[in-house]
Ligand binder design. Structure first.
Ligand SMILES: *[C@@H]1O[C@H](CO)[C@@H](O)[C@H](O)[C@H]1NC(C)=O
Ligand SMILES: *[C@@H]1O[C@H](CO)[C@@H](O)[C@H](O)[C@H]1NC(C)=O
Ligand SMILES: *[C@@H]1O[C@H](CO)[C@@H](O)[C@H](O)[C@H]1NC(C)=O
Ligand SMILES: *[C@@H]1O[C@H](CO)[C@@H](O)[C@H](O)[C@H]1NC(C)=O
Ligand SMILES: *[C@@H]1O[C@H](CO)[C@@H](O)[C@H](O)[C@H]1NC(C)=O
Length: 470
């Protein structure tokens, strides 16, 4: 393997250095740039779907859209960039970006094989308006809990939400009043002062940088005893000594005593518990049968109502418990967290440069939960449907090549997939028969320091790998 990698390294050096004359080493295509698998575009811009590849001869490109050949020549809005597969779709002469939503895949082909891009799912970003609605004033009694719903319009990507008051400044968030993960505004208990402003939920859309505001809620707070608003507000005694019934904690979110959460390895985990009660309950978190992971990994946010793990790993699975308590009692909610995993690489296949009659192997090992399936393709076609080749044997996640022959260069694809996603790798097998050659400059003069180490470099290339002698 180390021979092979040093060989392909020298090969690269040659191709990169000899820019002035065409590189003579033949090479199957390699994709060097492509758009994201999940690609959201701004409808006000031209759509650009990237695909670039290198190889010798220079690869030619073609595309599939939704599994079918995409005839670019027939669509005047689509152009392909020179010496690249990158598509540019413009709407100056009409047309709608939405018509181009779909799944795109790029194919780069030369005499020695075909390399494939990922399947690029293209979608146009959306910032829909808030549905028109008339909101009645919300009436609550002092000391009772309240949830104001946000329900932002389903944008793509989903908007970021926040709450503002009548003079357009943010609603201060604290232990008693805060926004939950779904955008709703939760009051553990309502104060008379809460009625001094309106509440409007705002959605900020990332692509358009627009903010849309929901009609504001106005709040009316009923009191059992007359409220004297000439008295100044005292934070440590918000009810001003008037008789407001204290209540034990109860959960506003989530409901019930148990819930379930599935999260993918590497994604972020957000758990939330918001409780009603007077005095405002405090929230604490535990993990069953163990301690919560180190503090650099687990973060408590939103006044302890949210637990965040930035990048989840398998050992973060388990039973998480949040406890809400005030001096009247405490309650618990248990969230069972399951960690699944989209495929991830253990061994990604790497390019092979072999001389005739040499042996080699491509290894494609991925893990995931559930365990990924491995599918091999050759030049973009399922390997089962390619012409049988006695020098090639597939053993699970490995293709073994024995005594390869000229003319059997190809690009192999390995697709490791489970229900949570897939990984596609391209690796070429290039059969080369090239006499040894030196790649470094001739007659170099090297100055050395007495009694010091010196390094004499001698880059070379050949296939089969030449024996170097000084
Ligand atoms: C990989 O295989 C999965 C499962 O068959 C499939 O959904 C996915 O589209 C494949 N990916 C590519 C790039 O062919
Ligand atoms: C409200 O409080 C002020 C100041 O303590 C007092 O002078 C006034 O009488 C109170 N009004 C009522 C209606 O209780
Ligand atoms: C606020 O209430 C606490 C408890 O009743 C009291 O000790 C304190 O003096 C009050 N502060 C003000 C500024 O009224
Ligand atoms: C927040 O939760 C952590 C973990 O349960 C706990 O150690 C801490 O005391 C809590 N903080 C507050 C202010 O309740
Ligand atoms: C050898 O040369 C390097 C610089 O090329 C220098 O940093 C180092 O100190 C030298 N060592 C000796 C033993 O002279």
């Amino acid at each position: 393997m180390s021979l092979i990698s040093s060989l392909s390294l020298s090969l690269c050096v040659c191709v990169c250095v000899c820019v002035c004359r065409p590189p003579t080493v033949k090479q199957p295509p390699t994709i060097v740039k492509q758009s994201l698998k999940d690609y959201i575009v701004d409808p006000r811009d031209n759509i650009i779907i990237e695909c670039e590849a290198k190889g010798n001869p220079v690869p030619v490109f073609s595309w599939r859209r939704n599994g079918k050949f995409f005839n670019i020549g027939k669509d005047p809005r689509v152009t392909m960039r020179k010496r690249s597969g990158t598509l540019e779709i413009g709407f100056r002469s009409g047309g709608r970006p939405e018509d181009y939503e779909g799944e795109y895949q790029c194919f780069a082909t030369n005499d020695y094989g075909t390399a494939l891009s990922n399947k690029i799912l293209l979608r146009v970003s959306k910032a829909p308006l808030w549905p028109k609605e008339v909101l009645e004033p919300v009436v609550v009694t002092e000391g009772s809990p309240l949830v104001l719903q946000c329900n932002p319009p389903p944008g793509l990507p989903p908007p970021y939400t926040f709450w503002m008051n009548s003079v357009m400044s943010p609603i201060p968030q604290d232990k008693r009043v805060s926004m939950g993960l779904n955008g709703d505004l939760y009051f553990s208990n309502v104060l008379v002062q809460d009625a001094q402003t309106d509440y409007s939920c705002n959605a900020r859309f990332l692509f358009t940088h627009t903010i849309q505001q929901k009609n504001p809620f106005s709040l009316k707070v009923l009191t059992n005893e007359p409220y004297n608003d000439t008295l100044s507000y005292n934070a440590s005694d918000p009810y001003g000594g008037r008789k407001v019934a204290e209540t034990a904690p109860s959960f506003l979110s989530p409901s019930g005593s148990e819930s379930f959460k599935m999260v993918l390895r590497g994604d972020k985990l957000l758990l939330e518990c918001i409780a009603a009660g007077l005095p405002t309950p405090g929230i604490k978190w535990f993990k069953k049968g163990g301690e919560l992971p180190g503090h650099n990994k687990v973060k408590f946010e939103n006044f302890n109502k949210t637990l965040r793990i930035v990048s989840v790993s398998e050992e973060d699975a388990g039973q998480y418990i949040c406890m809400a308590s005030n001096h009247l009692g405490s309650i618990r909610h248990s969230i069972s967290v399951q960690v699944k995993a989209a495929p991830y690489w253990l061994d990604k296949p790497t390019n092979l440069v072999l001389a005739p009659d040499e042996n080699g192997r491509l290894v494609c090992r991925a893990n995931g939960n559930p365990k990924p399936q491995i599918q091999w393709l050759m030049n973009g076609e399922p390997i089962e449907s390619s012409v049988p080749n006695p020098s090639r044997q597939i053993v699970g996640d490995t293709i073994i090549f024995r005594s390869v022959q000229m003319g059997s260069s190809a690009v192999y694809q390995c697709n490791a997939s489970n229900q949570h996603g897939y990984l596609l790798a391209n690796a070429f097998v290039s059969i080369l028969d090239l006499p040894p050659r030196m790649l470094g400059p001739k007659n170099q003069k090297i100055k050395v320091i007495e009694n010091n180490r010196t390094f004499l470099d001698c880059p070379f290339f050949g296939s089969p790998l030449p024996v170097l002698r000084w």
